[in-house]
Structure formats: C-alpha cells, structure tokens
Design a binder for this molecule. Structure first.
Ligand code: ZN
Length: 213
C-alpha cells in the first residue's frame, strides 16, 4: 500500500467516478488532505444528500426530490407528447430551451458508463406502459445523433413496436457527434420545431415527413 489506509480507500472510491483514472484519483485525494476540514465535511454532506435525498420519478424516471416530479405533476404540461432523452442533463437542457410543452421519459442511458450506454430495461418497460395507457399520441426521440444515441433510439422503437403512437425525432440540423447535453437552447428549440416522423423499419437513416400527419 503506497498510502495510509484511509487515503487508499478514498483513492479507490474516487476512481469509480467516470473519467477518473488512478493518477487523477490520487491528485483529488491529496487535494482533499490540503483542504480545510469544514470544506471536506461540506463535500461529504453534499455527496450524501445528492444521493440520499433524490429519487427517480415513478412516471418519467427523472431525478427529483419528490415523485411524481414537478413536470409530471404539472397539469399545464401535455401528457400526450413525451420526449425521450438519455439522462437528467438532457431534460435540463430541453427545459432551458423552453420549447417543449410535453413531458419526458428518461432512459438513464450512459448513466453508469462502466455498464455501457444502453437504456435501462425498466425505463423501456415503463415507457411502453405509459404508451399502452392510451394517453400518449407522440413520442419524440431526443437521443444524441451519435452511435450511442442511435442505438438507444432503436431500442425505444423496438420497445414500442405495435403500439398506436407516432414516433418522431429531432431535426438533423444537429452536428453529428453533438450530445444534447452540450447544445445551446436555441439550436435545440429549432431541432424540436423541425422534428420529423420516424419509422426505423422503412427509413433507418432518420425518416422524413411531418409527425402531425
Ligand atoms: Zn416525472
């Protein structure tokens, strides 16, 4: 063991974060040792609270303080229009764009990067149940225009196969490889307004046409 046991333990814990390798974990752990004790206590508390005081919304799967979340509980939001996104960050970006009048469904794809980026089975099953309830007329796929996002979109289409619901996707003006979470609100608003009907069987490249048809 290169460091005292408590420090080793911290390094191992930090290494579990996405994008943090052993060297970064060591740097972060040593930074903790140089920090004032009250800052470290605050960090520990923030970690704990973020994990323990939030839950997944029982309807859309987004992260929230209370379930159902604010958006699912809002009678002003159209329950017939459901936007499927990969994670909570994409919900935040869509909300900032103020363009979307409907509700969400959060796949949690890529939420645990070590387990790959596939949507959770439970999230797909929950989406199917929402659509089966008959309340949803259109599902807008807002997964990223990259390989993971395309894969997630196909899994969603497969989960909804045979159900009477319109599928659409955000307009393809988005630069390839752009993750939704990084997009500017205005571009996102354009992409939503220009969304296209999508049939993965007849047109795997994204589809054409007006979803309201
Ligand atoms: Zn919700």
């Amino acid at each position: 063991m290169a460091f005292p046991e408590p420090l080793e333990r911290l390094i191992r814990a930090l290494e579990r974060f996405p994008g943090v390798g052993p060297r970064s974990a060591e740097r972060m752990a040593l930074h903790v040792l140089r920090s004032p004790p009250e800052e470290v206590a605050e960090l520990a508390m923030a970690l704990r609270d973020a994990r323990m005081e939030t839950v997944r919304c029982e309807i859309c799967g987004n992260v929230t303080l209370r379930s159902p979340c604010r958006i699912c509980a809002d009678p002003e939001r159209d329950p017939g229009l459901v936007c499927v996104v990969e994670g909570p960050r994409e919900v935040a970006r869509m909300e900032e764009s103020k363009v979307f009048p409907g509700r969400y469904h959060v796949l949690m794809a890529g939420f645990a990067p070590r387990e790959g980026a596939a949507p959770e089975e439970a999230a797909l099953a929950a989406l199917r149940r929402r659509v089966e309830s008959g309340e949803v007329r259109e599902v807008v796929l807002a997964t990223a225009p990259d390989r993971e996002g395309e894969g997630a979109a196909l899994l969603v289409a497969e989960a909804l196969r045979g159900l009477p619901v319109r599928l659409s996707r955000l307009a393809r003006g988005l630069p390839v490889g752009t993750r939704l979470e990084y997009l500017h609100g205005e571009i996102l608003a354009e992409a939503f307004r220009g969304r296209r009907a999508w049939n993965p069987d007849s047109d795997p490249d994204g589809g054409e046409g007006d979803p309201s048809r």
